[in-house]
Every structure is written in C-alpha cells, then in structure tokens.
Design a protein. Structure first.
Length: 449
C-alpha cells in the first residue's frame, strides 16, 4: 500500500487558500557559471529519492486532504535560453502556474541559461503546503551538493542510511511537534487570552484603516516582481544599526513597509495598518526540528500599528521587534492555523466570491512581509551569486516583500498582483518602499556607532 498521511492543518490551510490565490513558493538561485542540465537531472533524482514529500500528490479521501506518495514521477525540468534581464519575468510565470488536484510531484524546476555572460539561473517552484522559505534555501543547497557529489552534513544523511529514500511515515507534521501548552485542550486558555488582547487593542486603537487601493473586480492572477536597490555595504550598515538599536532586520523591514503604506495614504494623518509576517517555528517546538530540504515549519503573525506624522523609523522597527517576539512567546504563531481552521466557516464559493472567501480565511486587508534571514551553507559553492524568494500576495494583501541574503549579498523582492490593485498602485508601493529604505541607509551614515 502506498505511503500516505493526512495533511496537517498548516498544510491544509495553504491548499485551501490556493483556491483563490496562488500558493506557489518560488526560489531562484543565480550562478556565475553555466549549469549542466544532465548533472541537474541526476541531482534532482537523488534529492527526490531522499524525501517522499518530493513525490506526493494532494488528494482527498472521505473529505480529508492527504499526501499520497506517487513514486516514479520525476521532478520536471524546463531548460531555456534567456537573458538575465528576463529572469524575473520567467519567475512571474512560475508564480502564476497552478498545481492541480492530484498533480505530483509538487515541485518543478526551470533552468535558464544566459550564455552571453556565462550565467545560469535555477528556479524551483513548489507548493507552499510542502515547504517554506527556509526549506527553499536548504533544498537549493542540497541540490548543489548533489551536483558536486558532496554528501556531507545533509539532512537526509542524518536520518541514517537505512532511511535514505524512505522518510519515515511518522515524520512529525508541524502541529504534532508543538509544546503541550499550545495543543488541545491546554491551548484553549491561550486562545482566549490572545482574543482578549486583540479585543483590547481594537478598543484602544480602533479598526484598521481601509486601504482604498484594491480593484473592485479582480481579474486573472497577474504577479509582478520588483527588486529594491541596496548594496552589500549598505546591508552590513543596516544590520549593524539594527543591533545598536535593539531591533531585528525583520523589525526594520516591518517598519519600512508600514511607513511606505503610511506615506501613500497620507503621512499627515494617523492610520492603523495591518502587517502579516512569516515566522519560523523550528526552534519553538517541544523538540527543536532540524532544517530539512522539504517540510513546512512556518507560521504567520499579524499585528496592527498606529502610525502618525511623527512616527520614526527606528522606534517603529524596535516596536515591531518587541511585539513580534512577544507574540511568538504568547503563542500567536502556534495557534494561527487553528484559529483559521476553514472547516469552521460556511465558506462562499471561491469562484464567484473570491474576495469574501479570502477575507474569511485570512484577515482584513493589509500587507505581508517575510524575512527569511541569511541562507547558510553556500560557502563551498562560490558560483552562487544570489538567492531570491517570491510568493504572491493573497487577494486581501496589497503586496508581499521578501528579504533574504546569501554570502553577504542581500535580496529585497516586492511582489504585487496587478489584477488585484487599482492602476498605478504597484509602482507607488515599490517606489515608496525604496524611498524609506534609502532614508534608513542614509541615516546609518549620519549616526555614529
């Protein structure tokens, strides 16, 4: 009998959200060498052999979503010649693609060659239900290791030789690894405390400011990728300033995005703005989980911030850092999927009422930020120049900003859905974030250590 297991609530959440948005996660690795497609084929086969989640389809049995192992279906590779200035457009195409019910595997590869400059780009597209952003970097590292014939210190090796190619069927999904306090029935008290805190915040601050930017009738999904400009030197300065200010890089980019939205709405008035953040729970489980090439261990937080004309960048960055850590300690991220278990809702039809469906399964309209942090493990692969992540915003989100770095080189990617925004808003969202980021860099030079 084929291996299978029910989807964890976190995994099921992204499958259901995929009905009205695109829950594809795209990771792109740019290399200053031409990658051999035959070696890549061998490496993908090896990595797929090591993890069953790279050979599963999502099916439904008795109204329950399950992962069903379907061996023998290789990870597809598309190889194209393309100039580097078109690589983001190709990634947009990957964001727009859709994994249909029963498709396996839930990962495909796109290899782009720009032979004029001797560069290649490997783009991996996977369904968010099987992995998250930190996995994306580990998956790329593992593939490059396999291409180099390097099997040292890989997650699959830590499972033991007898398990190679057969990830144990009892591999714990996210919720099974939670500390007891965040599992039923103990989590009920935590959930009530979170609800009280949100009610108190709403009473003090009022409701979120409406964002009058969304199209009345969204058209077909149309993601657009933009990159914010920041040098390696400026990136180091920002990281150092974060340490001096007791703020995280995540908190800084929360502040940058919030101030950008505030600027577009009108910085001379007060606004209550929502922001969603992806967070990693690997270190907050009952037993910390190792970083594997494929497995979902990310959750989400959201919070509302009141901005006014005197709001200062670094004060906001520190506030976002403190609030994010407090929410993680409180259990907001652990209970995110439980509190949005879509089976509790009488959901509207996603084809005829996509906006209301999205609002019921997520939160009021806001924006989203994901700071993945530094990708490690690429030191033996000197040809890796950049690692870029992209996921499209949901229908109730204005934009998604993805921040990462590899070998000291930063990548700040802003993704918008043109079909979901009024004309001209995408450019405003990108330009406003760039202006705030530039001001943050300039301030680093003005503030002595």
């Amino acid at each position: 009998m084929a291996w299978s297991r029910p989807l964890d609530p976190a995994e099921a959440f992204f499958v259901r959200l995929d009905r009205v948005s695109r829950m594809n996660f795209v990771v792109r690795v740019d290399c200053d060498e031409v990658i051999d497609s035959a070696r890549l084929r061998v490496a993908l086969d090896q990595v797929q052999h090591e993890d069953r989640l790279l050979a599963v389809a999502i099916t439904k049995v008795d109204q329950q979503l399950i992962f069903e192992w379907q061996p023998g279906r290789a990870i597809p590779i598309e190889v194209l010649e393309s100039s580097r200035d078109q690589w983001d457009r190709m990634a947009e195409r990957q964001l727009s693609s859709k994994f249909e019910a029963g498709d396996a595997p839930l990962l495909h590869a796109l290899l782009l060659h720009d032979r004029a400059c001797g560069w290649s780009s490997l783009t991996l597209t996977f369904h968010h239900a099987i992995a998250d952003g930190r996995c994306a970097g580990e998956l790329c590292r593992r593939i490059l290791d396999a291409m180099a014939g390097d099997a040292r210190a890989t997650p699959s090796a830590s499972l033991g030789a007898a398990d190679c190619g057969a990830v144990p069927a009892d591999l714990l999904p996210l919720h099974e690894g939670y500390p007891e306090v965040f599992r039923p029935p103990q989590c009920n008290a935590v959930e009530r405390r979170i609800e009280r805190e949100w009610a108190l915040q709403a009473y003090r601050s009022g409701p979120p400011t409406p964002l009058p930017w969304f199209a009345d009738h969204p058209g077909p999904f149309s993601p657009k990728i933009h990159r914010l400009r920041i040098s390696e030197h400026d990136w180091r300065d920002l990281a150092a300033q974060c340490r001096r200010r007791n703020a995280s890089v995540h908190g800084l980019f929360c502040a940058i995005q919030l101030l950008a939205l505030h600027e577009i709405l009108g910085a001379d008035a007060s606004h209550n703005l929502l922001i969603f953040s992806a967070v990693d729970l690997r270190g907050r489980l009952a037993t910390p989980a190792p970083l594997r090439p494929v497995q979902l261990h990310a959750s989400n937080l959201y919070n509302m911030y009141t901005l006014h004309e005197r709001t200062e960048l670094w004060e906001l960055a520190k506030m976002a850092t403190v609030l994010t850590r407090a929410q993680l300690d409180r259990g907001d991220a652990h209970l995110f999927y439980r509190r949005r278990e879509v089976a509790r809702f009488a959901l509207p039809n996603p084809q005829t009422d996509a906006l209301r469906w999205s609002q019921q399964t997520m939160e009021p309209r806001g924006s989203v930020l994901s700071t993945v942090g530094q990708f490690r493990g690429f030191a033996p692969h000197g040809q890796v120049r950049n690692v870029s992540l992209a996921i499209a915003p949901a229908r109730n989100q204005a934009c998604c900003t993805m921040v990462s770095s590899v070998n000291g080189r930063p990548d700040v990617c802003v993704i918008c859905d043109d079909a979901n925004l009024r004309p001209g808003l995408r450019e405003q969202l990108v330009q406003s974030q760039q202006r705030v980021l530039d001001r943050a860099v300039q301030a680093c030079g003005e503030i002595s250590p």
